[in-house]
Design a protein around this ligand. Structure first.
Ligand code: SF4
Length: 365
């Protein structure tokens, strides 16, 4: 059945599944002061310590540590494998408590200056139910939602494993496996935990949640969170989008864009990011560019044009670079803020479903 996400199988409470105020209450309910909760929080998340076990809590009260070792679980993920790709991208495979496997990706910045940006791409579900036709993850269907602890710990692992190699991990993108907004409670909670200023302390605008277009959840996300939003658009007509992104049959383009237009009026200095994976002959015509510029009228936004990363058995082909440049130029002429993403690992990660790691997707589950 559905797991609560608060405790593990041996009924220990999962520390990384709690917001700070929840941790504080829990600590107090065991007879300890809030100050102990703060010290614990800092040792789990802050300042390069990342305690994975109650033995690693120097300076904390002895009885408190004993209580933790009996009632609390520090880890939600088991490290399975790290793969370093030629372009420097690191893939981390984790085994979950129930044996399922997820993938997290760390994308080091190419720039070596102070503006360097290292990104961790986290998964929010095992598999995905949305069935986008260009996506590898979509083929496996949905196995289950990840708990908040399982999501947060991907970011903690990324920092503890790679900060010394690549520098601080500055950005989080929810663009791994899954439709994050189908797991919105846990995603909102995980994002909150990642922002806390005594902990991981990510900046809200550097935490990006992507969606294929779940309209009611998107509305809620924009109301409740200050984190960035990326919407996978990928088509300019309902006909094409109904086909390549079946969620469009439920929430049509007009509704999706009208909702953004409405909700963004209440947010200052906020731009939504539209992802547009270019598929040869499907969504890359001159007419598409014109329609796209029309569709996003009145929505503060940026558009990312992504080259399609073909996987075996795919019915789609990538648009040529030349045509992508033409498409970009036309959009820019029509007044859009538009960016072409190269084929480097990090840029391909700019939409969910771009992981496409057959080793993970095809693993017997
Ligand atoms: Fe799911 Fe994203 Fe893939 Fe669509 S593109 S099937 S929402 S993981």
């Amino acid at each position: 059945g559905e797991r609560s996400g608060i405790t593990n199988r041996s009924s220990k409470v999962l520390l990384k599944g709690m917001r700070y105020d929840e941790l504080e209450k829990w600590v107090q309910s065991h007879g300890y002061r809030p100050g102990q909760a703060l010290m614990l929080w800092k040792r789990i998340y802050g300042n390069g310590i990342w305690a994975h076990h109650s033995d690693q809590l120097e300076g904390l009260n002895k009885d408190f540590k004993k209580m933790l070792s009996e009632s609390a679980e520090f880890k939600a993920l088991a490290l399975k494998q790290v793969i370093t790709a030629a372009d420097g991208t690191r893939k981390i495979l984790f085994t979950l408590e129930d044996g399922l496997v997820i993938e997290t990706v760390v994308i080091p910045s190419v720039a070596s200056d102070s503006r360097s940006r290292n990104t961790v791409c986290v998964s929010s579900q095992v598999g995905c139910a949305m069935n986008c036709q260009f996506c590898y993850t979509g083929r496996m269907g949905l196995r289950r939602n990840l708990t908040a602890a399982e999501i947060v710990e991907q970011a903690v692992f990324a920092r503890s494993l790679f900060t010394s190699e690549v520098g601080d991990i500055t950005n989080v993108v929810f663009m791994g496996m899954g439709e994050p907004l189908q797991n919105i409670d846990n995603v909102l909670k995980a994002a909150d935990i990642m922002l806390h200023d005594q902990g991981l302390y990510f900046s809200p605008r550097k935490v990006t949640v992507s969606t294929s277009g779940l309209v009611p959840q998107m509305r809620r996300f924009l109301k409740e969170s200050n984190c960035a939003l990326a919407v996978s658009l990928n088509a300019t007509t309902d006909e094409v989008r109904n086909w390549i992104m079946p969620i469009n049959r439920k929430y049509k383009l007009d509704l999706l864009l009208q909702t953004l237009r409405e909700e963004l009026r209440f947010k200052s200095n906020y731009k939504v990011l539209f992802e547009y994976v270019m598929l040869a002959g499907i969504n890359d015509s001159i007419e598409d560019a014109k329609r796209l510029a029309d569709l996003v009228q009145g929505i503060p936004c940026k558009i990312n044009l992504l080259s399609f990363n073909p996987h075996s058995g795919s019915q789609f082909r990538p648009t040529s670079e030349e045509k992508m440049v033409e498409f970009r130029n036309l959009l820019a002429e029509l007044g859009c803020r538009v960016f072409l993403r190269s084929s480097r690992g990090d840029d391909q990660m700019a939409a969910c479903g771009q992981l496409g790691n057959p080793d993970v997707v095809q693993a017997p589950l």
